[in-house]
Design a binder for this molecule. Structure first.
Ligand code: MEV
Length: 449
């Protein structure tokens, strides 16, 4: 039987939702209910907080929360909280944080913190008239939103500027109000979107009340929304050392390593296929911190990828310079984060992450995230140009394979010992497991995919 659609699902209790799912989608097999309930938090209050983050919560979905210690960022050592499921990410961050700890650490600086939003609208008259009107009425956008901006202004933020922009080169009759904001410790989405909606009302009203002809009074507000592309909310983080200190692996001389590293960054700069994977690796690190600190990883990723395309081609977010025997490697990336608002005051683990980081302000958090992204990228490229990525990756993945196979503690220890000096492959682990158990027919073991 194909499942039926449902009206009013959100109104059902949690129990009823799970029962409906079991009946409708699992042929009445209600064992899933036990599974789902086993992920409920034992403290009802904590569970309630999670339930109310979104609509239709039926349970929680765990991902590991790990720590990458030894991050020396601007002369302070951090333990970085990372929420991520991918086996090797925390290990790579930790390993490369330690590498740079001994070479002066990460130097991170915030270049700018401006956020941006738009009222997208259609207008059908002569832009010169609209521009002249806007010049006259511009102060009203600030005055009439004073109440809305009072708290933010008290914290040192608010509306930085508003302008009207002709976009008819993109689309006939398309114009924008472009507003810039400083949102201090908040990511600022609600603040910005509320203001933009108010701006659109002011604009509509002023056009109606102007001495424009009836025809020129026609304005269509298309939408009001912040942009997640924040190229003016920028952070730069750098590591550097003399080339001879790049003794990353006994198999490769530091000079040769530096050269291959530079080539790898160059490839990521000129070849979008490589740049995508290269930048994905950067976000392995950044996203994990973004999630652990309760920020919006979709927004931060979208922004980073757009920034990577700012030249008209998608390129590497990291850069390298080798000069006078010195290796310099840096990232420049827009990261719009908040340390107040959103999940930060609600999610107990998010609160813990902030505490662990010493309750950073938004700028400090930008610096930390950039450092983790850089460490992650250094680690990935370091492996790629030396041992290959699979060695470290599969070493961490070994535990996942052993879990899939249902290995006992004793078997796990024996197999881990066996692979201590070997490259791990899924097939070799299955072989070793079968050998230990005396299994002849390998198709009988659960090998996963
Ligand atoms: C895997 O999640 C990330 C890497 O592919 C990144 C890279 O290739 O630079 C290892």
């Amino acid at each position: 039987m194909t499942p039926k659609p449902i009206k009013g699902f959100s109104k059902l209790s949690k129990e009823a939702k799970m029962e409906w799912i079991a009946n409708e989608y699992l042929g009445g097999d209600d064992r899933c209910i036990g599974l789902l309930k086993s992920y409920w938090h034992e403290d009802k209050n904590v569970q309630k907080i999670h339930d109310e983050f979104i609509e239709n919560t039926i349970t929680n979905f765990y991902i590991p929360f790990g720590i990458a210690p030894n991050f020396l960022i601007n002369d302070r050592v951090f333990c970085i909280p990372m929420a991520i499921e991918e086996s090797s990410v925390v290990a790579a961050s930790a390993k490369n944080a330690s590498f740079w700890l001994e070479r002066g650490g990460f130097k991170s600086e915030v270049i700018s913190t401006t956020k941006i939003g738009h009222v997208h609208f259609a207008w059908y008259g002569d832009f010169k008239k609209l521009k002249a009107l806007f010049k006259q009425i511009k102060p009203k956008f600030f005055q009439e939103t004073e109440k809305m901006t009072a708290n933010m202004r008290a914290r040192g933020g608010g509306i930085l500027d508003i302008d009207i922009v002709n976009k008819t080169d993109l689309e006939p009759n398309y114009y924008q109000l472009v507003a810039k904001f400083e949102t201090c410790e908040a990511m600022g989405a609600n603040f910005i979107n509320s203001l933009l909606e108010k701006f659109s009302k002011i604009l509509e009203r002023e056009i109606q009340e102007s001495n424009f002809t009836e025809e020129d009074k026609r304005v269509v507000i298309i939408m009001c929304i912040l942009s997640n592309y924040t190229p003016e909310c920028l952070v730069k983080c750098e590591v550097s050392c003399p080339i001879e200190e790049l003794n990353v692996d006994p198999s490769i001389d530091p000079n040769e390593f530096a050269k291959k590293f530079e080539q790898a960054i160059h490839v990521a700069n000129i070849e979008p296929y490589r740049a995508t994977t290269h930048n994905k690796g950067i976000f392995n690190g950044i996203d994990a911190v973004v999630i652990a600190t309760g920020n919006d990883f979709r927004a931060i990723e979208a922004c980073g990828h757009t920034y990577a395309s700012k030249s008209g081609q998608y390129r590497s977010l990291t850069h390298v310079d080798i000069k006078d025997g010195q290796f310099k490697f840096w990232i420049e990336i827009p990261i719009a984060v908040g340390t107040i608002g959103g999940l930060t005051a609600l999610h107990p683990m998010v609160k813990f992450s902030h505490q662990l980081l010493g309750n950073p302000n938004a700028q400090d958090l930008m610096k930390i995230m950039a450092a983790v992204g850089l460490a992650q990228n250094f680690g990935a490229v370091r492996s790629l140009v030396t041992t290959g990525i699979q060695k470290g990756h599969m070493k961490m993945h070994l535990l996942n394979i052993l879990n899939q196979l249902g290995a006992t503690e004793e078997e796990r220890e024996k197999i881990k010992f066996h692979f201590r000096d070997k490259v791990v492959s899924h097939r070799d682990v299955v072989d070793e497991f079968c050998k230990l158990r005396g299994i002849k027919n390998k198709s009988k073991v659960n090998q996963g995919s």
